[in-house]
Design a protein around this ligand. Sequence first.
Ligand code: AMP
Length: 134
Amino acid sequence: MATIFTKIAKGEIPSYKVAENEEYYAFLDINPLAPGHTLVIPKNVEDDYIFNLDGKTYAGLWEFARKVALALKAAVPCKRVGVAVLGMEVPHTHIHLVPLNSESDLDFRKEKLSLDGDRMKEIADSILSEYEKI
Ligand code: AMP
């Protein structure tokens, strides 16, 4: 059965898209640690453990994430973009990209934000527009 993230990549479940190419998709985390918190996924490989990916998909995922992180930093003011791979909840490989202003911004135990739809769309569109310049 397809994972929720596969359905998102196919457009069957809505998401706030921030970047896409043929093989990879990036969208805002619905419960962000910080505004702009983004998830990056391979579209066609559902394996839930990133280190099980074949080398080509793995390298391509990180290269795509690198570009998304540059776009994210350009769109959302922050000191740098932090990276995390957890996979405790959704069984489909994904990389978290989180705008950081302090170390504690990457603490997954802290209470998540809930931003309204208009704000999420505004953030996603601004990242997408930076991504399209790369
Ligand atoms: P983890 O699997 O532990 O890396 O966490 C999964 C992440 O996916 C969490 O940060 C969730 O907020 C996020 N998430 C779950 N469902 C959705 C969704 N439908 N759209 C966007 N983000 C989601």
